[in-house]
Design a protein around this ligand. Structure first.
Ligand SMILES: [Zn+2]
Ligand SMILES: [Zn+2]
Ligand SMILES: [Zn+2]
Length: 318
C-alpha cells in the first residue's frame, strides 16, 4: 500500500518543477501534480479535495498570474490543515515571507532547492501525519471502550432496578461502585419511557467514613456485644429476686429458690418482649444497634451517621 501523500507543486519554471518531481520520486512519491500558474493550482487543489485527497503543497513565492499570498489564503480557507511549503530565493526575514508564515505557511524551502532539505521537510510531515492517524485510531478505540463500558453499565443498572421496587440514586451509584453522569442520563431515559417513576428525595444513612449508603444494621447485646440473642419472656420471682426465662420455671417452680410461684402480680411478674443474650444470659428491654458499612466495613452509631439525600425511584417495569 502506498501511504505516501499526494503532492501538488506550484512552480512556474518547468526546469525547477522537473527537478522537484525527480527529488520527490526518489523519496517514494508517485502522486505528483505540477501546476505552472496559481489559477491551475487552485483548480487542481479543488479537484483533489473533491476526491478527499489532501496534498502537500509546494508553492513558489513568485508566480506570473497570482501572488502566493492569495493562493495560500484560498487553500487555507478550504482546508485550514493543509501543509503549504513556500519555496523562495528571498530571505526568510523578508516582510512578505514573514506575513505568509504568519498566515499559515507550514515550512520554508530555500531556492535553489537541495535534496536534503526537501527530504527533511517531507519526512517531518509524514511523521506528523502518521502520528495523527495513530491518534485518531486511539480516539476510536477509546470511544469503542466507552461504548462497551456504557453497555455494561446499562446491564448492571437494569439488573439492580429489577431487584427492587424502589431505590435511591445514591444506592444505585453505591452498588455500581462509581459515579458517572451517564447513569443519570440513562435513568432520565427510563423515566421518559415510563419504566421508572421519580419519587420524592430519600434520606438514607450514610457511612461516616466513606459516604456509602450501602449499610446494614447490626443488633447486639449491650453487655457482651454478642449478636446471639433472642426475644423472649422473663419471670421475676419477687421472693428471691430471680429473673430468668419463663421456661426455666418448670412446673411453676423457681429455678433459684425452688419455691412454687403462685399468683401473677403477687409473688411474680412476667416481663414480655425482652432481649435475652444467649451468651452472657443478660437481658434487656432494648437491644443495641450499630451500622455496618458494606463498602468499607466501618461500624458506626446512628448518632454518628452521615445522612445522605438523593432522588428516589419507583421501578415500574424494566
Ligand atoms: Zn464506609
Ligand atoms: Zn425464687
Ligand atoms: Zn451478652
Amino acid at each position: 500500500m502506498n501511504s505516501k501523500s499526494t503532492i501538488l507543486i506550484v512552480e512556474d519554471s518547468p526546469a525547477v518543477g522537473l527537478l522537484f518531481k525527480s527529488y520527490l520520486e526518489k523519496l517514494g512519491y508517485s502522486e505528483i501534480h505540477t501546476c505552472v500558474t496559481g489559477g491551475a493550482a487552485i483548480s487542481t487543489f479543488n479537484d483533489l479535495m473533491s476526491q478527499s485527497i489532501l496534498p502537500i503543497v509546494f508553492l513558489d513565492f513568485m508566480l506570473p498570474d497570482m501572488d502566493a499570498r492569495s493562493i495560500l489564503t484560498q487553500m487555507l480557507e478550504i482546508r485550514p490543515d493543509v501543509k503549504v511549503i513556500l519555496e523562495t530565493a528571498t530571505e526568510k526575514d523578508d516582510a512578505g515571507i514573514k506575513e505568509l508564515i504568519q498566515l499559515g505557511v507550514y515550512q520554508y524551502l530555500e531556492k535553489p532547492i537541495r535534496f536534503e532539505s526537501l527530504k527533511d521537510i517531507v519526512e517531518t510531515i509524514e511523521k506528523e501525519q502518521s502520528f495523527f492517524v495513530k491518534e485518531s485510531e486511539q480516539e476510536q478505540m477509546l470511544q469503542e471502550a466507552v461504548k462497551i463500558s456504557e453497555e455494561k453499565t446499562i446491564d448492571h443498572v437494569n439488573f439492580i432496578l429489577k431487584s427492587t421496587n424502589q431505590i435511591s440514586l445514591n444506592k444505585i451509584m453505591d452498588i455500581l461502585g462509581f459515579e458517572d453522569d451517564f447513569v443519570g442520563t440513562y435513568l432520565k431515559e427510563l423515566e421518559q419511557d415510563g419504566k421508572i417513576i421519580k419519587l420524592d428525595e430519600k434520606k438514607e444513612i450514610g457511612c461516616n467514613q466513606c459516604n456509602s449508603v450501602k449499610t446494614s444494621q447490626i443488633f447486639f447485646c449491650p453487655n457482651c456485644k454478642s449478636s446471639n440473642f433472642k426475644l423472649g419472656k422473663l419471670i421475676e420471682h419477687y421472693d428471691c429476686g430471680n429473673i430468668t426465662e419463663e421456661n426455666t420455671y418448670e412446673n411453676d417452680q423457681c429455678p433459684n429458690c425452688k419455691k412454687e410461684i403462685k399468683a401473677l402480680g403477687v409473688d411474680y411478674r412476667i416481663m414480655k418482649n425482652h432481649y435475652i443474650c444467649n451468651d452472657c444470659k443478660d437481658f434487656f428491654p432494648e437491644i443495641s444497634i450499630e451500622y455496618l458499612c458494606l463498602k468499607c466495613e466501618n461500624r458506626f452509631d446512628l448518632d454518628d451517621a452521615r445522612w445522605k439525600t438523593s432522588t428516589n425511584y419507583k421501578v415500574v417495569s424494566i
